[in-house]
Design a protein around this ligand. Structure first.
Ligand code: AHM
Ligand code: MG
Length: 330
């Protein structure tokens, strides 16, 4: 018989504190409902006028697609239906949003990238939703003053939804990584993989090599070594340009994904709190590693909600090999 996502979280309740488990059930029910709404809109986007830009810009000055706006509204609505969320932090909003139903007992901050992979939205290529949940110890008034940020190691749960040929949800609350596939015939995310393990080594490296002249020298040298690996250990490249899709392949097949600093983005392009950290939590729970080129992503103390970071993530041996090459003179 099947196990749904909600059943799986309930069954795992004894592994986390009861307070966290009750709140996580509410939060995850909000996220899965929003994911199903987003999934349905993506499937029909080109038939219902939901393609193209909306005309607005997001917190990074990037133009917003209509589906970015829809996905953001869906998540804010669905996460705001319960009192578990105190504050919502989205890529699409400059400032943290106090949840509609927040009370003094609301103890969670949810960071999310509503629809990751903007350049792929209009061309029917995989996109995703990334989320990260923290327990916070601030009143609503204090949050309005300034939300206290914690390193990724403090995440209570994290995951992503990948809208691909099938829609899958990967999730961790610190007890392994579990995978659920949306069964459209019953409208539920159904367990399709438990305790996933990222292969230590893989055959693929994944990065936007069009930017290679802008990468720091040690990234160039490392990529050059991958390209000239011995036969039998040689790599192929794969790059979708949607972080969720590139990471999902890396989780299942192994290998390494890199988004180095570039001239255009000297701090890296990806966002620490709602892109790199949740995927780092998943990677580490699956036996992989994630660094900013030097230190563990999960140990970085954030200084702002939309902070960017370089990202090197993948199988343990792959990331360790990167570190060895990075420490050698070019
Ligand atoms: P987005 O959140 O606006 O979609 O930007 C993040 C995306 C990632 O999904 C992907 O890894 C990266 O940007 C691709 O960037 P580039 O086109 O520079 O390779
Ligand atoms: Mg993104």
């Amino acid at each position: 018989m099947i196990t749904t996502f909600q059943q799986h979280i309930s069954l795992k309740q004894q592994e986390i504190t009861s307070e966290d488990s009750a709140a996580l059930l509410k939060l995850m029910s909000g996220i899965t409902l929003a994911a199903k709404m987003i999934e349905a809109k993506i499937r029909r986007a080109s038939l219902s006028g939901l393609v193209g830009e909306d005309g607005g810009v997001n917190s990074h000055g990037e133009s917003q697609q209509k589906l970015d706006i829809y996905a953001n509204d869906a998540l804010i609505h669905c996460l705001g239906m319960h009192d578990a969320a105190a504050v919502l932090i989205s890529e699409e909003n400059n400032e943290p949003i106090i949840s509609d139903k927040a009370t003094e007992t609301s103890k969670y901050a949810i960071f999310f990238d509503p629809l990751d992979g903007s350049s792929n939205i209009d061309v029917n290529v995989n996109v995703g939703t990334i989320f990260s949940i923290y327990r916070i110890d601030q009143s609503v008034e204090e949050i309005v003053g300034r939300l206290t940020l914690h390193p990724g190691i403090c995440q209570v749960a994290a995951g992503y939804v990948l809208y691909g040929p099938s829609t899958v949800l990967a999730y961790t609350s610190g007890n392994g990584v579990h995978l659920f596939t949306l069964d459209p015939t019953i409208g539920s995310f159904v367990l399709s993989g438990e305790n996933l393990k990222m292969p230590n080594r893989g055959r693929y490296y994944s990065c936007n090599e069009a930017n290679i002249d802008e990468f720091p020298a040690h990234y160039e040298a490392y990529l050059s070594r991958l390209r000239t690996s011995d036969p039998g250990e040689s790599y192929s490249s794969r790059y979708v340009g949607s972080l969720v899709a590139d990471f999902h392949r890396t989780l299942l097949r192994g290998g390494i994904f890199l988004y180095p600093p570039t001239t255009a983005h000297p701090e890296g392009k990806l966002r620490l709190l709602y892109e790199a950290s949740p995927l780092a939590f998943i990677a580490e729970q699956a036996g992989g590693m994630a660094i900013n080129g030097e230190q563990s992503i999960l140990r970085i103390q954030p200084t702002s909600v939309h902070q960017r970071t370089p990202l090197v993530i993948g199988g343990c041996s792959e990331v360790e090999l990167f570190l060895v090459h990075a420490s050698q003179p070019a």
